[in-house]
Design a protein around this ligand. Structure first.
Ligand code: CUA
Length: 365
């Protein structure tokens, strides 16, 4: 006995949907979770998948079934039957998706609203994005607020790694010094853009000790893929010790300098190097960085001698120009327009001098 075509289609669709749902729910879409927001977000994602598969299957089954069943016989050049709409069908296929999408939007809003709710014990951390590095600003004492994102203040410490206390709520204030970036730690799920001229925010509570990575998820320039920073979720005691250490003046840079009292100036230069994200693009052994977007600064002394001579400049003038006016001369083999040209305004003349001295003292090989 042949079944009605609609019944046939529905049974094929139901079986295909069940298989599809089983397949998509078995795929690990995200890495293992490390914050309390992950569970409701993963559940939301699963619900979206469960709703999407039958719709995909329905559309595909109807399309494929119609193509196979109603295709023109060879030699049949006649027109199809004249059909003018079907009001009942149209009402159904507008109403059902409308209800589904509205329900999912409300569900998504409720989940986000819960995740983003202000927590009583939260610590505020500023996330400062720039081409091509992340910086984090903490209040030195207690759970205080570090002040405006990207600003500076006596009660503030700036770091290149994101240290988080296990099971303490965090309120991130996110800002950008140049173009649009996007702050994402896959294990935390939540993602937020860093937009120049405004401060965005995000809240989460890490709940798994371990090491993770901040990645930039907005194409922000040639160094985009290198724009990463380490995240450590640590115990309360470790966090307190870490924060206390960050608040102290930078230790003397060991091993890198030329000796003879240059240590203090070198420490300042190294601090400028690390605090401004230079390592995101440049390799420099003394600072432990291995970026490859820009020239290798371990070879800076040789490069400055060679290219400085070409430009008619002393090595230190050449290095200074390369920092404040990077388009003036671009080392062969590297693209133009990648190095931000804002360091001349961002850094004080003293900081630039310290950086130039530091680079020329450690870039010898
Ligand atoms: Cu910053 Cu991509």
């Amino acid at each position: 006995m042949r079944k009605h075509p609609i019944v046939q289609m529905l049974s094929i669709g139901a079986v295909a949907s069940l298989i599809g749902i089983a397949v998509v729910l078995n795929i690990d879409w995200f890495p293992k979770s490390a914050d309390t927001a992950a569970h409701p977000i993963d559940t939301l994602y699963d619900v979206l998948l469960i709703c999407s598969v039958p719709i995909f299957v329905l559309v595909m089954t109807v399309a494929i079934y119609s193509v196979v069943k109603f295709r023109a016989r060879p030699g049949d050049m006649s027109d199809g039957a004249p059909i003018h709409g079907n009001t009942r069908l149209e009402v159904v296929w507008v109403t059902i998706p409308f209800l589904m999408v509205t329900a999912l939007a409300v569900y998504g809003w409720v989940v986000l609203n819960n995740v983003e709710a202000k927590k009583p014990d939260e610590r505020t951390i500023n996330v400062v994005a720039q081409q091509f590095a992340w910086h984090f600003q903490y209040a030195k004492n207690g759970n205080g607020d570090p002040g405006p994102c990207g600003g500076s203040g006596p009660n503030q410490v700036t770091t290149n790694e994101l240290e988080l206390k296990d099971n303490q709520a965090v309120h991130f204030k996110i800002c950008s010094k140049d173009v649009i970036h996007s702050f994402w730690v896959p294990e935390f799920r939540l993602k937020e853009d860093a937009v120049p001229g405004k401060t965005t925010e995000i809240r989460l509570r890490p709940n798994r000790l371990g090491n993770y990575t901040v990645v930039c998820t907005e194409l922000c320039g040639l160094g985009h893929s290198t724009m990463r920073a380490p995240v450590h979720v640590v115990s309360g005691a470790q966090f307190v010790a870490w924060l206390r250490k960050q608040g102290q003046p930078a230790p003397q840079a060991g091993g890198g300098g030329g000796g003879g009292g240059g240590g203090g100036a070198n420490a300042v230069g190294k601090q400028v190097f690390t605090a401004n994200g230079c390592g995101g693009c440049h390799t420099l052994a003394d600072a432990g960085s291995n970026g490859t977007v820009g020239p290798d600064l371990n070879k800076l002394v040789a490069d400055a001698a060679k290219y400085g001579k070409q430009q008619g400049e002393s090595p230190s003038q050449y290095v200074k120009d390369s920092i404040v006016d990077p388009e003036k001369f671009v080392v062969p083999g590297f693209p133009k327009g990648v190095m931000p040209s804002t360091f001349g305004q961002q850094l004080s003349p003293q900081q630039i001098d310290a950086l130039v001295k530091y680079l020329l003292s450690v870039g010898k090989g």
